[in-house]
Design a protein around this ligand. Structure first.
Ligand code: B12
Ligand code: SF4
Length: 503
């Protein structure tokens, strides 16, 4: 069977991101013996035109469509990708009768809503390697794939499409809720390396500044707003350090030296995982630069130093708040003391640190906002990325509790990006945060001020600046340039756009 795998993501900010998830699916499909082609819509000038031409030539029998992002998760400068996704599905349905199977993290967050809205033939919530292959085998053998774990099947209600088991979907009103029940094989990566060769990985490195690797899936923590445990499961399934470093080494050989971003939810937990990877990098004397997401929990001097020694150039610490009450309400498993200590250990080890913060979550007060800002000033990280308001996703502990308290209706959490901003600080936040950001010079407020213009990003990458761009905020010239963005501060949230809701 001929399988076309399409990556719909055309977002170039903060960087174009190599579609690693689809590369894993491509590897599994190829290993199962199917003929695979990929279509990556990220860079083309006329991506839909090129896609139609490829479909006409390749005549796929099944099309897999990867939807990475629903929106940019920023408020009030929200970007919603639904219309772009609709265009892609319409182009595929126009050009081919092959069933279109939707997948990817964006799709998995709202699988039924997406199936309904985009008229998908089948969907896969969560990991795609096994479920997609099982679905292909079922379609090939004329079996019903509905019972396969993770498969979102169209409800049997309407006519079938020529040559496929396409059945349109009908939805009950309450069926927009979470449905991520994916297969989560413990050995997800055994003998399976992502298939990068059909994609233009080299272009992603040139234009995006980093490659990407996954060393583990899942997260055991229960931060109130977070989708990662839903998407990847709530336990860790880690690859062997030797296998990870083999992949890094091979990538450097195949594509030349380039920095790597580890896409794991948090790389430095559980203890021992990042240490084993670092030791293997050091044992092989590999000279690579890398960055990652990390948690302050159990981040000690030894871990920070080992990471720095093994080439870590930047660490994004998901601290969220530096106020004990707010940390508890956000479901974080650490306190301000641990957060401050982790920041200090990283800085002492010579790592660049980006603190990611969320303002306006339930329970936030002017005092807790000020406390976090005061602490951040003292901690003096390389950069701060602060979100205003919390993006509400179906199935997270926060969304569930707001629904239970009657503060949000379940049906509000649908395809329109929805944010929560604590009323007590809603008017205070935009002005106050912009003032903080102006004074500090190294704060990024993605929802309030464009972090970087697409043209500046292109120029920096063309000049050979690689790795995470937030590292530049330690440079006084970058701070001066960025301060210009605050010359005309937004003093209010502005008029809400129809593409998102605020509750
Ligand atoms: C790492 C990461 C980043 C890094 C990426 C660095 C890099 N060089 O790769 C950075 C920080 C740059 C980043 C940026 C952004 N990110 Co991000 N990111 C992630 C994260 C943590 C991991 C993504 C990843 O690579 N996973 C590993 C791969 C293997 O998994 P996967 O892609 O999910 O693929 C699997 C399945 O989805 C499925 N699958 C995938 N495709 C297909 C296709 C088919 C047909 C099938 C059947 C299955 C299938 O099978 C795959 C293998 O099992 C996810 C959260 C998460 N835990 O998933 C968020 C996430 C994808 N990001 C998100 C967002 C919003 C963004 C930004 C828009 C944020 C912003 N405003 O800047 C940007 C967009 C950038 C862009 N150009 O697209 C959201 C998307 C949801 C939403 N709200 O839309 C997520 C889900 C986080 C969240 N809030 O829940 N991100
Ligand atoms: S915020 Fe980080 S630590 Fe918390 S659940 Fe999400 S991935 Fe895990």
């Amino acid at each position: 069977m001929r399988i076309l795998l399409v990556s719909a993501n055309r977002e170039h900010l903060p960087d174009p991101i190599f579609p690693l998830g689809l590369a894993y699916v491509a590897a599994a499909v190829k290993k199962a013996g199917y003929e695979v082609e990929v279509a990556d819509l990220c860079f083309g000038r006329h991506p839909l035109h090129e896609l139609r031409a490829q479909v006409a030539r390749f005549q796929p029998q099944v099309i897999g469509l990867s939807l990475r992002n629903v929106d940019n998760a920023a408020y009030p400068l929200t970007v919603d990708y639904l219309a772009l996704h609709r265009e892609v599905v319409d182009a595929l349905h126009d050009a081919s009768n092959a069933p279109v199977v939707l997948g990817g993290s964006g799709f998995s967050i709202l699988p039924q809503a997406y199936m309904h809205e985009l008229d998908g033939d089948w969907g896969i919530a969560g990991e795609g390697e096994r479920a997609f292959v099982a679905l292909l085998q079922a379609l090939e053998n004329g079996r019903d794939p509905s019972a396969i774990a993770g498969v979102i099947s169209p409800v049997i209600s309407a006519a079938s499409k020529t040559g496929s088991s396409h059945i349109r979907m009908s939805l009950a009103d309450d069926s927009f809720g979470p449905a991520i029940q994916p297969q989560r094989p413990a050995n997800w990566s055994e003998n399976l390396q992502p298939l990068r060769s059909p994609f233009d990985y080299a272009r992603y490195i040139r234009r995006g500044g980093t490659g990407n690797i996954q060393t583990k899936r899942g997260c055991v923590f229960k931060c109130s707003y977070c989708t990662y445990p839903l998407l990847e499961g709530n336990r860790f399934r880690a690859r062997d350090a030797v296998d990870v470093v083999d992949e890094i080494e091979k990538l450097q050989q195949d594509y030349g030296p380039h920095p790597i971003f580890f896409v794991d939810s948090i790389l430095n937990f559980p203890r021992g995982h990042v240490e084993a990877i670092c030791e293997e990098i050091l044992r092989r004397k590999l000279n690579i630069r890398w960055s990652c997401y990390a948690t302050p929990i159990k981040l000690d001097r030894h871990q920070a130093q080992l990471m720095a020694d093994a080439g870590c150039e930047g660490i994004e610490l998901g601290t969220d708040a530096v106020d004990d009450g707010q940390l508890t309400r956000l479901g974080k498993s650490f306190n301000t003391e641990i957060a401050e200590r982790a920041n200090r250990y990283c800085m002492e080890a010579g790592l660049k640190v980006c603190q990611t913060i969320i303002f306006g979550a339930p329970g936030e007060t002017e005092e807790s906002v000020r406390a976090t800002c005061r602490a951040l000033r003292k901690m003096n990280p390389t950069a701060v990325v602060a979100m205003t308001g919390v993006r509400l996703y179906p199935g997270t502990p926060l969304t569930q509790s707001l629904i239970k308290q009657g503060r949000v209706k379940a049906e509000d959490i649908s395809l329109l990006p929805t944010f929560y901003i604590e009323p007590a600080v809603a008017d205070f936040l935009p002005d106050f945060l912009q003032q903080q950001a102006y004074e500090a010079g190294n704060w990024v407020l993605p929802g309030l001020v464009e972090p970087i213009l697409p043209v500046s990003q292109r120029v920096l990458r063309a000049l050979g600046v690689s790795g995470p761009l937030w590292r530049l905020f330690q440079k006084p010239w970058m701070q001066r340039i960025y301060r210009y963005n605050f010359r005309r501060p937004n003093t209010s949230w502005g008029v809400p756009r129809s593409t998102r809701k605020v509750v």
